[in-house]
Design a protein around this ligand. Structure first.
Ligand SMILES: [Zn+2]
Length: 131
């Protein structure tokens, strides 16, 4: 399936789900009903419930942003030496600055291979090689 990132790809915590290897085959992001198990409760950080209780859609809108829970989330997990959560705070700030739809456009550009035009996932940003 061709990946078509939309606003659901801007997650609550500030991740660009369009760059996730699970998108869209086994997960459509935390705003959808099709969420893979490890993202359902944000790796036990529960940002979905947290956002509801703070009356915000995404973390960057919250008075407590960036909270300790989000800071901790940004340090793990580390897979193949890469923490795909590492930039959730600066990425959330950028989302706040330019708006969600422009942020998505920027993220697509950042993750698109100039040679083959495919979206490169988080864990292959340094190793993608399409020849
Ligand atoms: Zn490529």
């Amino acid at each position: 399936m061709k990946r078509i990132p939309n606003e659901e790809c801007a997650s609550i915590c500030g991740l660009f789900c369009g760059a996730c290897p699970a998108f869209p085959d086994i997960c459509h992001g935390c705003f959808s009903d099709y969420v893979r198990d490890c993202c359902k409760n944000c790796a036990d950080h529960g940002f979905l419930d947290c956002a509801v209780s703070h009356n915000v859609t995404r973390c960057y809108e919250c008075d407590e942003f960036p909270c300790e829970k989000l800071k901790e989330f940004s340090t793990k997990p580390v897979i193949n030496g890469i923490c795909n959560h590492a930039n959730v705070i600066p990425d959330s700030l950028r989302m706040k600055e330019v708006g969600v739809s422009k942020w998505i456009v920027e993220k697509i550009a950042e993750h698109t291979c100039p040679k083959c035009g495919e979206l490169i996932n988080w864990f292959e940003m340094n190793t993608h090689n399409c020849g």
